[in-house]
Write a protein that binds this ligand. Structure first.
Ligand SMILES: [Zn+2]
Length: 1084
């Protein structure tokens, strides 16, 4: 046929006629239908749930149980507990009271009919945490209760041998609980597998965008499964799983799902956050650690891809001590690379309140523990749940051998959204760490579809890198990943490779692998965006103040340890009979660091925890006092005057000081200037740096301080530097005489106590919220009287009734202006505090203009705004300070000193020190009762400088009175104190003098010793400018090294020898950049 002809269309088989109507799918109806397939409730007997269990033996002769209920809320260990008499018990019984422990001896025989089941397990649900032990006392797995983690899988042999087997369950009650399950169960693993398949595909149907084909395909797969399922029919379950595989792939029931060679984006790591104390005491944490970690070791056997990351040397040490068999299992898993220790610190500590040295000790103790037990240190600092991050942490991490930092708490900010996921975080001195905050915004992810999806959606650093960590597992109270969570991640990965759209999750790596890859990618260290200075947390601002007695103990302990280590070091080097108490010092620092824990020191634990810390601090102070006494004894100083002794005053600080002190009446001159009380008189003592001084009890002429009544309601106290007018109990004028300058703005009042309503949105002990400042009420003093009229010290007593049950007595005092004394107006307070949700602060309006105030922080100072220009500025309406806060302008400034407080606010020209709170949860009695604290107003010439740093240090550690056994010859004791001295005054503070950790004579084992003796000197630049100084010592120094805080030698430093008055000295020149922390080791 030629072209142009007409052809007849061929029939391609598409049906011509249709008499089968089909409607569009109504999305929400079908999605609700999906939910019903796995829901509890009206359909559970006919939906997938009806097939979860293949067989169950709920008691009878197959399960025999006896119980020993431990009296007195004790927590005996296994071998102790099982010696007791056990009584028969059964399912359905209730156990209590809160915090009690019950041990169950359980003997089971697996019924013969279950011998062919794939898995047979014991299901135990006491609605409380429990721990399964083998008959010979190895804790093998934790159980959670309340339907979660209720199964313990029997060893394979128990299924088939037909024999009785005995094991134990330790039940920890935190309430009164009923034992609702104690059954032998054979689970239907295919039905359970389908349940997880269906869960994840159902999530894809709901959570993928409705505009995506992937969401609609998921809905169709789910509906196909529901249509295919026949209750009671195992074949139908298998068919359903085949349908699921179309969407999530074939390999989701094995770790093979991860072996596809495709590039992962989200790196999953199992984790369990165990708060070292919070809504439970330390003793319960010891058990939580054993339960949780034993469970994870078991999961690693079931799931080869499972990896588990956990921090806190303290928790490992407890496990080693109380559960040695479980510790051995953990150690084995560490060697296999599956159990991954991390963090390098003693606990996951607070970083606002501990001192610089406190933070350093976290790393020193932590890294030494990990190295001694597992052979290597940590590379990544790990603090997911701490309430704000000190600006000096990057520097300290680097000095502790760590280049990376993991956290996430800033995702809780309730004002501004933190803008980065992966970034370089930079310290005050310029040191950086590579920081990652998981975009899933949690450290206790449930490994949900949504967690994986958010890992990309909420990633804020995609311009630089698109990978992230997903940290999953039950947490806060421990637990860690569940089987369900690990199974869900397999489905998520399968879905990414088969269908797409979900970021590809991977298991089997470590957190360090994740950071290794990032570091390699950005080897220059300058590709990621940067964040300079503190990571201020815009929430939980009440934690600078809550549980104030506990914070005071921390401050006292840190200050005590400085003197203790310095004195013990010199005594051990120079007095042959004195042995450096290394073990005691380690124990004390371990306890201090334990109590730095991120709920403990912030004040957010239950009352029971603070009774424990009160006891720990009491023991610590007793031990510390004893060591200081032994060390000063060795140096020829005693605490009590005797015939032939001479009263001396000891200065452990590196600058000259003059202070007013109290000395026993019997050592005073007969014509002393002023009595302090029946037993003591005031003296003025002048001391050289690291020196001894003699207290003079007769005031030299011309320096006196006076207190006088000015009129009916006013008093004036005055020395040569300051003139304070106190009207109706409040300071209405303070003149700084060297500049003849009024410090207080006209009409304003300093030392004014103010009360605020303190009802945050959610978390009472944690938060003080922005609106509290709107409820300010002034407290009006009741009576004012002259307590002391001079000439050495003048003081007014101001008594204020706060409410029916609360009062405060404030002593406003000024000392004679002699040497460096009498430079500040001091306020000593004693308070009886019985309030509810009130916040007490004290105000200091000052006539100073600056848009920034300066606050002492660890190893330095930080500036923060005094205005509310932006929401970032405004969010800092309450901030953390250490011993001082300062508002200065050119030529003049005012520092507010304190001896135990940490909360502060500077709004415009009003400085406010936070004194005490009264939250009612989680401790209903937090801060109730008696407290004492001191603060001071210190006007100074010039902007903030060394005088503020020194004065605040002195304010916290007053000169100590001793009695020299060498009588008037104090040169010998002076010589001891001066063993090492800083020669040139500068902003460099010699913060720590201690012995080398591994010195052969004092090492307490664990790590290789170092020959000879060494002295460690840690100093820092305190004000933010390059500084240099000279260290001088008479000791026979062989070599000098710059080290990190772990005391690794970094570089050898030259030293010189000089001769002064016939004595040979060694001198070492040191130079520090702004805010640098530097450690020097003198090898003797
Ligand atoms: Zn926590």
């Amino acid at each position: 046929m030629g072209g142009g002809g007409r052809s007849t269309p061929q029939d391609n088989g598409y049906p011509q006629l249709n008499f089968t109507p089909k409607g569009t799918q109504i999305r929400n109806i079908y999605q609700d239908r999906i939910k019903n397939f796995t829901a509890t409730g009206q359909y559970e007997k006919v939906n997938l749930r009806s097939m979860f269990t293949s067989d169950r033996e709920a008691g009878g002769d197959y399960v025999k149980m006896e119980v020993y209920s431990v009296p007195d809320l004790a927590r005996p260990l296994f071998h102790e507990a099982i010696k007791n008499k056990f009584k028969p018990t059964s399912k359905g019984q209730s156990f209590g009271p809160s915090w009690s422990t019950h041990w169950f001896r359980i003997t089971i025989t697996v019924p013969e009919r279950m011998k062919d089941q794939e898995r047979v397990q014991f299901n135990w649900d006491s609605n409380s945490e429990a721990f399964v032990y083998t008959e010979d006392g190895e804790g093998v797995q934790g159980l959670t209760g309340g339907g979660e983690r209720v199964e313990w899988i029997f060893p394979q042999s128990w299924k088939t041998d037909g024999k009785p087997h005995t094991f134990y369950v330790e039940m920890a009650c935190n309430g009164i609980f009923q034992l609702s399950q104690a059954d032998i169960v054979a689970p239907n693993l295919e039905a359970w597998g389908l349940y997880i398949d269906f869960w994840i595909i159902g999530d894809a149907s709901r959570e993928f965008p409705a505009t995506s084909w992937e969401a609609h395909a998921a809905t169709q797969v789910c509906n196909d499964i529901v249509n295919t399922f026949i209750p009671g029919n195992q074949e139908s379950v298998l068919k359903c799983r085949e349908i699921a595989a179309k969407y999530i792939g074939e390999n989701v029931s094995s770790p093979k799902v991860y072996e596809t060679g495709t590039d992962p984006l989200v790196f999953g790591t199992g984790h369990c956050h165990i708060d070292t104390a919070w809504l439970w005491p330390f003793d319960e944490t010891k058990r939580k650690v054993a339960r949780s970690w034993a469970t994870q070791c078991k999961l690693m056997d079931l799931y080869p891809e499972h990896r588990f990351t956990c921090s806190s040397a303290q928790q490992y040490k407890w496990l080693e001590k109380y559960y040695p068999k479980t510790f051995e299992r953990v150690r084995q898993k560490v060697h296999e690379g599956k159990f991954q220790y991390i963090g390098g610190s003693w606990v996951e500590h607070d970083t606002n309140v501990p001192s610089g040295e406190g933070l350093s000790r976290q790393f020193l103790l932590g890294q030494r523990f990990f190295q001694s037990r597992f052979g290597a240190r940590c590379q990544t600092f790990w603090l997911p749940d701490t309430f704000g991050y000190s600006a000096q942490l990057p520097q300290l991490c680097r000095l502790a051998g760590m280049t990376r930092f993991f956290t996430q708490k800033l995702s809780w900010n309730n004002i501004n959204t933190f803008p980065h996921t992966t970034f370089n975080w930079i310290s005050l001195d310029g040191s950086q760490v590579l920081c990652h905050m998981p975009p899933s915004e949690t450290y206790t992810a449930e490994a949900h579809f949504g967690d994986v999806k958010r890992s990309m959606e909420k990633h804020k650093s995609l311009d630089q890198d698109n990978t992230s960590l997903l940290v999953f597992g039950k947490g806060d109270g421990g637990g860690g990943p569940t089987m369900e969570q690990i199974e869900k991640l397999r489905r998520c990965r399968g879905m990414s490779d088969k269908t797409g759209l979900l970021p590809r999750v991977h298991m089997g790596n470590s957190v360090d692998d994740f950071f290794d890859r990032l570091e390699k990618k950005e080897a220059g260290g300058d590709k990621f965006v940067t964040w300079y200075g503190e990571l201020y947390f815009e929430l939980h601002r009440g934690t600078y103040t809550t549980q104030s007695n506990n914070k005071k103990s921390n401050r006292r302990a840190e200050i005590m340890m400085r003197d203790l280590e310095m004195l013990a070091t010199y005594a051990s080097i120079r007095v042959p009979t004195f042995t450096y108490p290394k073990q005691d010092i380690d124990d004390m620092w371990e306890d201090i660091c334990l109590m730095h824990f991120h709920d403990c020191l912030p004040g957010t634990c239950i009352e029971m925890v603070y009774r424990d810390t009160d006891r720990l601090y009491a023991t610590l102070f007793k031990k510390g006092k004893d060591i200081i006494k032994r060390a000063t004894d060795a140096l020829g100083l005693t605490n009590t005057p005797d015939a032939g002794t001479q009263a001396v005053v000891m200065n452990t600080h590196g600058w000259k000081r003059t202070e007013v002190i109290k000395v026993p009446r019997q050592v005073a001159a007969a014509n002393y200037s002023q009595a302090a009380d029946n037993d003591t008189v005031y003296a003025v003592a002048e001391c050289d740096a690291y020196g001894l001084g003699s207290p003079a009890t007769v005031l030299s002429s011309g320096a006196a301080v006076t207190a006088k009544k000015a009129d009916d309601s006013s008093y004036v106290i005055q020395n040569d530097l300051l003139k304070a007018t106190v009207s109706n109990g409040i300071v209405t004028s303070l003149i700084f005489l060297p500049q003849n300058r009024e410090v207080i703005p006209k009409g304003r009042k300093a030392g004014q106590l103010v009360m605020f309503d303190d009802q945050p949105l959610y978390w009472q002990a944690w938060d003080v919220e922005v609106y509290h400042t709107e409820t300010r009420k002034e407290l009006n003093p009741g009576s004012v009287s002259i307590l002391e009229a001079g000439p050495v010290r003048a003081a007014l007593l101001v008594e204020t009734q706060i409410s029916e049950n609360s009062w405060i007595k404030t002593t406003i005092s000024l000392e004679a202006a002699i040497g460096g004394a009498g430079t500040y107006l001091a306020f000593d307070s004693e308070i009886e505090w019985r309030e509810t949700m009130k916040f007490l602060k004290v105000e200091f309006p000052v006539d100073v203009v600056n848009t920034e105030a300066t606050y002492e922080t660890q190893y330095g100072a930080i500036r923060r705004p005094t205005h509310y220009n932006t929401t970032w500025d405004m969010a800092k309406f309450e901030v953390c300070c250490h011993k001082w806060a300062d508002l200065s302008e050119h030529g003049f400034g005012v520092s507010i000193l304190n001896d135990c407080k940490y909360g502060f606010a500077t709004a415009g020209n009003t400085m406010r020190l936070s004194l005490i709170r009264s939250p009612k949860a989680p401790d209903g009695n937090a801060d109730m009762g008696r407290h004492s604290f001191r603060y001071a107003m210190y006007p100074h010439s010039g902007a903030v400088g060394e005088s503020t740093v020194h004065t605040a240090s002195d304010f916290n550690n007053p000169l100590q009175v001793y009695h020299s056994r060498y009588g008037a010859d104090t040169a010998r004791a002076q010589d001891f104190l001066n063993t090492v001295s800083v020669q040139k005054e500068s902003s460099i503070i010699l913060d720590v003098v201690k012995r080398g950790e591994d010195d052969e004579a004092i090492s307490v084992g664990g790590l290789p010793i170092r020959k000879g003796s060494s002295i460690i000197l840690r100093m820092y630049e305190s004000l933010g400018g390059r500084a240099s100084t000279v260290l001088r010592t008479k000791l026979p120094v062989k070599a000098v090294y710059k080290t990190n805080i772990l005391e690794d030698d970094l570089e050898e430093i030259k030293f010189s020898e000089i001769e002064i008055n016939g004595t040979a000295y060694h001198e070492i020149c040191v130079s520090l950049r702004a805010f640098e922390v530097q450690t020097i080791r003198l090898q003797l």
